[in-house]
Design a protein around this ligand. Structure first.
Ligand SMILES: *Cc1c(COP(=O)(O)O)cnc(C)c1O
Length: 386
């Protein structure tokens, strides 16, 4: 069956995959090798050095392309290494427009590394397409979208961003880490580049750090493959195997993340000790209609503020949780809780952070796939801690 005809769940398991040619192994072997024997100089069988290519990584890259409905997949040593490769498409003097509610590590990479190389970044509330277009000038080359945003769960209208990018001939990249292709497929909406921290939902088991890019355009793919090989931030074969294995259950995990996320969001919202709850599934979420139109469901990421909005209450809650683990990261099978202001978003200056709502009392949850009664009981008891 050709890949293009497969439905999503089938693609997560079979997309771009065929049994190994040597012995028919159903999973690709972990080709734990740096180099490959040649019969004569240049006489190799498709692989010469594992920075340039490795069969296990290649199997993963084919799967990544398939699940995002793209033509080319590229795996990197981390999500940030994948973003770094995209930024290396640019030259000094170029400008980028991105959201003001951005993953802290992306913000740090943009402002502390690439601004030093002469690239200018604009951060704006991307829910307002007019505000984005107002920043476009002759130097603008790239729009960098992250949706839903981390940790405020704003939803950006990808089609509106695509329209601006097309009109002004800009590249449009979407960080699809939070939604995953189970919930939304940005290339189908007209994006040029999809990026993932595969560390999160794609890997899904909190056992690997990895990044990914998927594109359709051959020229763009060639430029990115060149950067991947020239800069060398590639993942190893063992990690490639683990993420490939993770992707095979992406759809069932995501379905449960969404179900549990909805139950936890509704529980928090009616709790007397909880103030604001941020989750795009609520009908009164400011971007709910956009979320409904571009996403299949609303995901398992939720942020909330304890009633009263005190920093010390947020800390008391995250310390009291027992089933939720207090940890960085998200998207694994286990539920995690985080305190963005001191953890994931500590690299963003306080004044910048608070402009987008990341206040000191904000708590972020990555709702896992445990029995939801246990998650709710854990939150209920932790909310009693202040
Ligand atoms: C984690 C994350 C990244 C960075 O990925 P790493 O694998 O940690 O380098 C980028 N974007 C988002 C939305 C993330 O959650």
């Amino acid at each position: 069956m050709s890949d293009k005809k497969m439905a999503f769940n089938t693609k997560t398991i079979h997309g771009g995959q065929e049994p190994d040619k040597a012995y028919g192994s159903v999973m690709p072997p972990i080709y734990q090798t740096s180099t490959y024997a040649q019969s004569t100089p240049g006489g190799h069988r498709g692989y010469e050095y594992s920075r340039s290519g490795n069969p296990t990584r290649h199997a993963l890259e084919m799967s990544l392309a398939s699940i995002e409905n793209g033509s080319f997949g590229l795996a990197f040593g981390s999500g940030l290494a994948a973003i770094d490769a995209v930024m290396k498409l640019l030259s000094p003097g170029d400008e980028v427009i991105s959201t003001n509610d951005l993953y802290g590590g992306s913000y740090r990479l943009f402002t502390r590394i690439f601004e030093g190389f002469g690239i200018k970044f604009h951060f704006v509330g991307m829910q307002d397409a007019g505000a984005v277009e107002a920043l476009v000038n002759e130097n603008t080359k790239l729009i960098w979208v992250e949706t839903p945003t981390n940790p405020m769960m704003n939803v950006i209208d990808v089609s509106a961003m695509v329209a601006i990018a097309r009109k002004h001939k800009l590249l449009l990249a979407v960080d699809n880490t939070f939604a995953t292709p189970y919930l939304q497929q940005p290339l189908d909406m007209g994006a040029d580049i999809v990026m993932h921290s595969a560390t999160k939902y794609l890997g899904g088991h909190s056992d690997v750090v990895m990044g990914a890019l998927v594109v359709n355009d051959k020229d763009l793919a060639d430029r990115l493959f060149f950067i991947q090989n020239a800069s060398g931030a590639v993942p190893g074969p063992m990690d490639s195997f683990l993420v490939l294995r993770g992707i095979k259950t992406l759809h069932v995990r995501m379905q449960r993340h969404c179900e549990n996320g909805a139950a936890v969001a509704r529980f928090l919202r009616q709790h007397p000790k909880v103030g604001k709850v941020y989750w795009p599934g609520f009908e009164d979420h400011p971007n709910h209609e956009v979320a409904k139109a571009q996403m299949k469901d609303f995901g398992g990421m939720i942020s909330f503020i304890p009633k009263g909005g005190e920093f010390r209450d947020a800390i008391a809650i995250v310390e009291a949780l027992k089933v939720f683990t207090l940890a960085e990261s998200l998207g694994g099978v286990e539920s995690l809780a985080g305190h963005p202001a001191s953890m994931t978003h500590a690299s963003i200056p306080k004044t910048e952070r608070e402009k987008s709502g990341v206040v000191d009392a904000l708590v972020r949850l990555s709702v896992g796939i445990e029995d939801v009664e246990d998650l709710i009981a854990d939150l209920d008891s932790a909310l009693g801690a202040f």
